[in-house]
Design a protein around this ligand. Structure first.
Ligand SMILES: Cc1ncc(COP(=O)(O)O)c(C=O)c1O
Length: 371
């Protein structure tokens, strides 16, 4: 039987992600539009975005937050190009994006003293073998496999190297052990459902110390330069962006932060992701033909929930297409490099009631296509 009720919001894409409940573009503060990003109003908006981010996330004293070009990729590459090369690197990848950072380190930066920790889709590599005398590059939540690290217990308290963490689908969704992380990156269009284009770069005092004491051997494009005369350009972390940002996107990000504040802060965005994940897990637990791509329940992502079906790749595609055509779920096909699967974004801007309403539709589509 075809279900009656549809999710009120069918946007389950893993990025750009759904807008938050109640989002109205008319609510944006547009006072910066058409003004210079270096004007007093422009700078005030940009510095507010940095400051409020630090406050909402509860960053430790001395941590910097900067807005950088190139979305999350820009932030990760800026960090790797600026910081790596001083000591050996351990890099961990278990899905498309993390493996992309492996390629950067091996093929582009050509860092010879590198150890690669790889795992197949659905698994984590042997994190216990990572050496924290080295710099460590890893992804908190593998968006394309739905596998996250459980927590930061595997990160040594007395690390000597830096930890560089791509957390684009984790910040505002998962508890982050900030004191154990030297670089954290994310973008606005994921858990907060805002705009793409800009990356957030969070640096610990240890990362800043590395920037101020080490100059990589390779040329550094202007877009990546964070120091001048051996000192951190502090302005970057107070809203003086390296180049021109979209002030419309900044206004949108500030609106998203106001929403986070209005619902009670990061504990509530995390709780919302957990509730969304639980709505999927209840269905998966009760349904024999569907399973998490992530093998170990402790590693199940609570944002990018990836599911495999007892169906052929072609049938999975048809299910995705049918749900789209019915207007109940958009953009839920698994990532192009991932095994045939569906991926349901369960980030903070998604409503648990909509996730719950989607489940019977998945069942209906499966029965219709697979039988
Ligand atoms: C883990 C991870 N890293 C990096 C990216 C790339 O992000 P962006 O397009 O914001 O550069 C994504 C995008 O989904 C991602 O999931």
């Amino acid at each position: 039987m075809q279900p009656q009720a549809k999710p009120l919001n069918p946007n389950f894409s893993s990025g750009p992600c759904s807008r938050h409940p109640g989002y109205d573009i008319a609510h944006l503060d547009l006072s910066t539009i058409g003004r210079s990003h270096r004007s007093s109003v422009g700078k005030a908006a940009l510095s507010k975005a940095c400051r409020q981010t630090a406050e909402l996330l509860g960053l430790p004293e001395g941590y910097r937050v900067g807005i950088v070009p190139g979305s999350d990729t820009g932030a990760v590459e800026m960090a790797m190009w600026s910081l790596l090369g001083q000591r050996p690197v351990d890099v961990c990848g278990w899905e498309s994006f993390g493996l992309g950072w492996v390629t950067d380190i091996i093929k582009q930066l050509k860092l010879e003293s590198t150890r690669i920790f790889k795992a197949d889709y659905g698994e984590l590599p042997q994190l216990s073998e990572v050496d924290f005398k080295h710099d460590v590059v890893f992804t908190w939540n593998g968006t394309t496999s739905g596998v996250k690290v459980q927590n930061g217990d595997w990160i040594a308290d007395d690390r000597e190297g830096l930890t560089i963490c791509d957390a684009t689908s984790a910040v505002f969704a998962m508890e982050m052990p900030w004191e154990k992380l030297d670089v954290v990156t994310y973008s606005w269009q994921k858990v907060l459902g805002s705009e793409g284009g800009h990356g957030m770069l969070i640096l610990s005092p240890r990362a800043v110390a590395r920037l101020e004491s080490y100059t990589p051997a390779w040329p550094m494009p202007k877009l990546f330069r964070m120091t001048k005369g051996g000192k951190l350009i502090e302005g970057i972390f107070k809203g003086e962006t390296i180049n021109t940002p979209s002030m419309l996107a900044v206004a949108d990000y500030l609106e998203a932060l106001a929403w986070v504040e209005s619902i009670g802060g990061v504990s509530q965005t995390i709780a919302r992701c957990n509730e969304n994940y639980k709505a999927v897990a209840a269905f998966v637990d009760a349904t024999p033909w569907i399973d998490f791509l992530a093998k170990d329940p402790a590693t199940h992502s609570t944002t990018s929930v990836c599911l495999t079906l007892d169906a052929s790749p072609e049938q999975v595609k048809q299910i995705v297409k049918l749900l789209d055509a019915e207007g109940v779920a958009y953009d839920i096909g698994g990532y192009r490099d991932a095994p045939p699967s569906i991926r349901i974004w369960c980030g903070a801007t998604v409503e648990a009631s909509d996730v719950a309403l989607l489940m019977p539709w998945i069942e209906w589509a499966y029965k219709k296509i697979v039988g």
